[in-house]
Design a binder for this molecule. Sequence first.
Ligand code: NAD
Length: 494
Amino acid sequence: MAEPLLKFDPAAEAGQRKQVTVAIGDGVGPEITAATLKVLEAAEVPLTFNTVDMGLQCWRQGLSSGVPAESIAAIRDSGVLLKGPMTTPQGSGMKSLNVTLRKSLGLYANVRPVRAYVPYVDSHHPEANLVIIRENEEDLYAGIEHRQTQDVVQCLKLVSRPGCERIIRYAFEFVMTRKRKRLTCMTKDNIMKLTDGLFHEVFNEVAQEYPAVETEHMIVDIGMARVANEPEAFDVIVTPNLYGDIVSDIAAEVTGSVGLAPSANIGETISVFEAIHGSAPDIAGQNIANPSGLLLSSVKMLAHLGLGEQAELIHNAWLRTIEDGMHTRDIYRRSRSRTCVGTDGFADAVIRRLGQQAVTLGKAHYPRRLLQTTPRPPQREQQRELVGVDIFLNSRDTALDLANQIQAAQTAPLELSMITNRGVQVWPAGAPETFCTDHWRCRFTMPQDAESSLNNRDIFHLAMRIDEAGLDVIKTEHLYEFDGKPGFSMGQGQ
Ligand code: NAD
C-alpha cells in the first residue's frame, strides 16, 4: 500500500516535509477534519499538519474577521490551508470569514468538481462529471457599492485584463493536466460588452496557445439552463465570479453531490481546500456527518501539491468505499447501501481500501507535476486619449429641463451630447414611456471639428460651472479611447 508513495516525495527531496495548515472548523468540522486527517495519515502522505484557530470561537472572543493574525501568518508560511466549515454568526454584523480569506490571501480561482455516483448516490444525471472554475476576486464581488441619490444604488463591476488572464490560463492548464478535453467559457457579453467582453476576448486569445483544448463560448443564461438540464454535456467551465457562484451550486445540486463535493481556492502563493457544505450544526457531535467533501478536498490539495500518486491512492479507495455500499446516513438507502457507517467508521472503511480501485465508478487520475501558469509577457500599452466625461447629477427635474440648464452652463471645448436615466437615453431623443429616477448621466464630448485636445482641467472646470448653476453633481467618469476604440458603453437607444 505505502510502496508507491515513496517514489515521489518532493518534500523529502528538499530535505523537509511540506507543512499544511489546518483549521478544524465549527459544527461537524472537528469530526470530519479528524476523519480526513486519519485517512491522510494512514496513506502516509509526506506532509505535516499544523492546526490554527479560526471561526466561531474567535468571533466569540470579539474578533470580527473570525481569523486571528497569527493564523493568517501560519497560512502564509505554509501556503496551504485545509479548512473545515465555519459557522457564520447570523445578524451580528460579522464579516464573512470566507470572503476575508479569499480577498486577503489573493485566492483568484475557485475550482469545484462535481460528478454523479449513480447507482450508489441518487442523481437524475448519471453521466455528469464536470468542473467549474470560477473567478474569485473581481466582478461585482469587489464590493464597491454606493448610494448617491434617494432612488438609486449602484454596484461596480470591475474586471481586469490580468485578472481574466490568470483565471483563464489556470482553466486551460487545468484541462491539460487533468486530461480533460473541452473548456466552455460563459459570459453575458451581448449585454456587458466591455466587462464580460474582456473576459471573452482574453479567453479567445489564450485559447490560441492551447490548440489541443476544444473551446466554446455560451451566453451565461442559456449556459446555466443547459447545466441544469444536461450537466453531462459539459467538461470544464470557466466563468466570472457571480455566474460561477450560481452555476457551481446548480451543478452540485443537479448531480446530487452537494454533500460530497470538494472545492479548491487557488492563489499565486496560497491555496485553501474545503468541502462546499457548511458546518451542519443540526448534526454536530453525533458522529454521523459525511466526511467525503473535506476528504475529497484534501485529495485536491495533494494533487495541487504535486502529490498525484497519493491523491489517486486515497480517491480510488474512497470511490471503492462508496461502491462497496459503506455509506454515511445522508446517502444511506436500504435498497442500495450495505452498511450505515458513522463519520469515523467511514474513514476506517476508506483506510481499509487504500490500494484498491472501484470497479464501476472509474479510476481517479491526477498529474504527477504541479500545475504551472506562466503569464504572458505584458502587452504593449495602448494609446489612451481623453475624449469626454459623464457627469452624474441628482435631480427631480425632467430631462429637457436639465438639458436646458446644462447647456446654459457648459463651457468649451465640451458639449452635452446625451442624457441617460438608468442607462436609457432620454435626451436629445427618448421614449415617453421611459421611467426616470433622480439619477442622471450627462455625457459631454468634444464637437467633431474641435481642434484642441481635452485635459482634466477642462473637465473639472465644466463640473464647477455645472455646480455653480445649482445642479447637484454626484460623480464623474472620464471617457477614454484606447488606440482609437471607445473605452465606454453607449446609452441604450443611442
Ligand atoms: P449546511 O451545509 O451546514 O447544512 C445543510 C444541510 O446539509 C443540513 O441538514 C446538514 O445537516 C446537512 N449536511 C451538511 N454537511 C453535511 C455532512 N458533511 N454530512 C451530512 N449532512 C450534512 O448549510 P447551512 O445549514 O445553511 O449552514 C450552516 C452554517 O454553515 C451557517 O453558519 C453557514 O453560514 C455556514 N456555512 C459555512 C460554509 C463554509 O465554511 N465554507 C459554507 C456554507 C455554509
